[in-house]
Design a protein around this ligand. Structure first.
Ligand code: SAM
Length: 356
């Protein structure tokens, strides 16, 4: 069996692209499934950290006008962003800024190769791969969250951002919504224009929300306006003990989401339903957690919020908001929000005592 940490280190030290494909083929053949997922996720994480180091290095030079010596400069990252990559510390201390630029190219190739390789595997393999990947991502997002909340950064400071780093997973989920033409643009939808990555919650938001919600076994999770289903798929893989339902009024998106759910055998506990949530006759089902991206017109918000408020009077629930959806939650029905990512992600809890 090949161990990915030493292989990754070797690849970075050799620093060249010529034999990379051959090396990756051998690694992919002899590595364990668990190590393959960690290799993939750590390579993507490493690329984001290196980009952050390059940006910070450039800023320091710009601000001070003094040449910044790389081996000294990089030390501050060892106990922070580079902490999960202890096995690469000696590589960083012996490298230089040109090495960082080459590493970005090498890591981009690794990401491309592995994503094609994983897509060629069976659904069961992909499922296990995604589950291990999401667990590793959860720890990395948590580290990013801790680092960014600990030090107050100034506007314009270089900042590690994993927000879109792992979007390549969409290719494994076959959520190729950037290419997906929805025939009819529904005028009632606020955020349709430019649909694609911009209108899906990132994996970072979803995984962090799930981590901090810490829902009890058997809890129900409802996504109001579920789009292409990223949230449900992540919930289904990470928490097979939860019941997830996503409501979405664009039928094509519901079909894409249900297809992915069935592909990974999640369809016993992850369902996507075609439903216009602004229909006053629709009853939002009881759940322990509801998720709302800022998806609705004012008219739809009025209908949906009234129903959630009614639910909040009888049950202990948490509404998770992304973006400006939080503006609709600042009223007497809901607690003050628990905030993450500078308020981009919020948890609002019902004020009412649960009925026993
Ligand atoms: C911004 S996307 C969010 C997708 C997913 N919840 C996420 O965070 O990744 C919002 C989705 O809400 C859907 N939507 C908007 N108004 C709706 C309504 N009245 N009923 C059902 N779905 C609606 C849109 O079609 C869109 O796919």
């Amino acid at each position: 069996m090949i161990e990915y940490k030493s292989e990754l280190k070797k690849i970075l030290l050799v620093d060249e692209l010529d034999h990379l494909e051959g090396q990756l083929k051998t690694i992919a053949q002899f590595i364990s499934e668990k190590d393959l997922a960690n290799f993939f996720i750590d390579s993507i994480y490493l690329k984001a950290v290196i980009q952050h180091i390059i940006d910070d290095h450039w800023l320091q030079h710009k601000n001070t006008g003094i040449e910044v010596q790389f081996d000294r400069f990089v030390k501050k990252f060892l106990n922070a962003e580079l902490k999960p990559l202890l096995f690469l510390h000696s590589y960083f201390l012996s490298s230089n800024i040109e090495g960082m630029h080459t590493a970005i190219k090498v890591l981009t190739e690794i990401e491309k190769f592995l994503s094609i390789f994983i897509r060629s595997k069976s659904a069961a393999f992909q499922k296990m791969f995604l589950q291990i990947s999401l667990l590793r991502m959860s720890d990395l997002y948590e580290l990013e969250h801790q680092l960014n909340s600990a030090e107050k950064k100034n506007e314009g400071d270089a900042r590690l951002s994993l927000y879109r780093s792992f979007d390549v997973l969409d290719e494994i989920f076959e959520l190729e919504y950037l290419l997906n033409e929805v025939p009819e643009i529904n005028q009632k939808e606020r955020l349709y224009e430019g649909a694609g990555a911009g209108v899906q919650s990132s994996y970072a938001t979803t995984v962090l929300a799930l981590r901090y919600l810490n829902l009890a076994k058997g809890s129900r999770f409802v996504d109001l306006g579920s789009g292409y289903g990223r949230i449900g798929l992540v919930v289904g893989l990470m928490r097979p003990d939860l019941q997830f339902t996503g409501y979405e009024f664009v039928k094509e998106r519901v079909e894409i989401a249900n297809k992915a759910s069935a592909h990974f055998s999640l369809d016993k506990h992850v369902h996507f339903v075609a439903q216009d949530l602004s229909d006053p006759n629709f009853k939002i089902p009881d759940a322990e957690a509801y998720y709302i991206f800022d998806s609705f017109t004012e008219g739809s918000y009025a209908v949906i919020m009234a129903k959630l408020q009614e639910i909040s009077l009888h049950r202990r629930v948490t509404v998770v908001t992304k973006g400006n959806a939080k503006l609709w939650m600042k009223n007497k029905f809901w607690s003050e929000p628990q905030e993450f990512s500078d308020g981009n992600l919020c948890f609002f809890r019902s004020r009412a005592r649960p009925v026993v």
